[in-house]
Design a protein around this ligand. Sequence first.
Ligand SMILES: [Zn+2]
Ligand SMILES: [Zn+2]
Ligand SMILES: [Zn+2]
Ligand SMILES: [Zn+2]
Length: 452
Amino acid sequence: MPPRRELVISAADSDSDISFPDDDYDASRDKGKSKGKGRAEKKKVDKGKGKAKDSQAYTWEASYTRSWETVQEDEAGSLQTSVQELMARGRRKRLLAPAAAIRRTIIRHVILLLDLSSAMLDRDMRPTRFDLMLQYAREFILEWFDQNPLGQIGVVGMRAGLGERIGDLSGESGNPQEVLSYIKERHKLEPTGEPSLQNAIEMAKASMSHLPTHSSREIIIIFGSLTTCDPGNIHETLETCVKNKVRISVVALAAEMKICRELSDKTGGQFGVAMNEGHFKDLLFELVPPPAQRALTRTMGAPSASLSADLMMMGFPTRLPEASAPTLCVCHAELKSQGFLCPRCLAKVCDVPTDCHVCGLMIVSSPHLARSYHHLFPVKPYDAVPNLEDIPQPSDACHGCAKLFPMTTSIPIGEGVSVVGRYRCPDCRHDFCSDCDVFVHEVIHCCPGCGK
Ligand SMILES: [Zn+2]
Ligand SMILES: [Zn+2]
Ligand SMILES: [Zn+2]
Ligand SMILES: [Zn+2]
């Protein structure tokens, strides 16, 4: 059978964990091991062949091909062009983003709903959907807190037809390390049984019912299954979600299910089906910036919340120096010297941001507030400088890092890339290099030239 031969070759070519059934090869690679291993691997390859007949290519094979295709050397044999092209793609994406002022919620409450059903053991994403989900969920949580320091995350799992509370919103869920510890122990989250969307959404909804109106209520579902096993009518749950302004976003790993699409469409969330590992991450990380408040909420009623802004009280605490006399904190009742004093009742708390345990005032530090604030006023995208002729007195070096600009003009790559390597702020008219351009827009969110 010719196809068999082909598969074995391609497996070895792409450097995978499936090796040649050849005993010599096995021995040369791993001399200490017995022949038993060779036999076991032979079986593994046989199994692979059977599977290859059903589906055209493995997902991992596809990703290998893609990685060769996307990175291409230019004439000089350098990878610089490909890197610049990737950066240009990011720049173009930023240009598409709305520049006008929009309303965004900065105090966010998110429940991460993880599918822990047996469908998550599928290996179409490497190593398994489950492991990949845990890995991306951890990265997501870190990134999310970086961008939304005033928010809180809770975690709910769905397995064996039930919704399972893994980590609560209350307590210290405003602390990324605490949230990471919810999903740290893999063996406690072992996937099993069928998922139940309705049970899990009801549970997530109930844990957000106490929240005040100025905060957002969001559910982010990572769903790998193609079925849901519900005790009642899930459309009723959907209606109550719409009524309570719970926004549901779904990242599906298998295929589009009508109910998932409906959940996100009717509540104003996002829906996407991951095509591969990278796309899965992109879809998840699109949910990191706070969602813009759309006209949807306005038509749904609640006139006070959507048309006029509510004012809310926040306090900036006094930080106690480490050398101060140890006193009891109100949150853990422990003797500590460091801490923060509530500006209203002078109670001592260990960490900010938090709600004062005594008077309920929201205590934030100004850097936290500033970090949440930048979503509302994003730095304007820099213009790629097309040539040096129009500039009367071009600066020699980047305004951000003082790196000298190249004197030569590079070959044009495409839209959004400057051939002279300069990117200009439309406000302060300072020139920046491409690295600083990316750093300003993705990390510091503030132009060093004009301070905006
Ligand atoms: Zn404490
Ligand atoms: Zn207080
Ligand atoms: Zn620079
Ligand atoms: Zn500027």
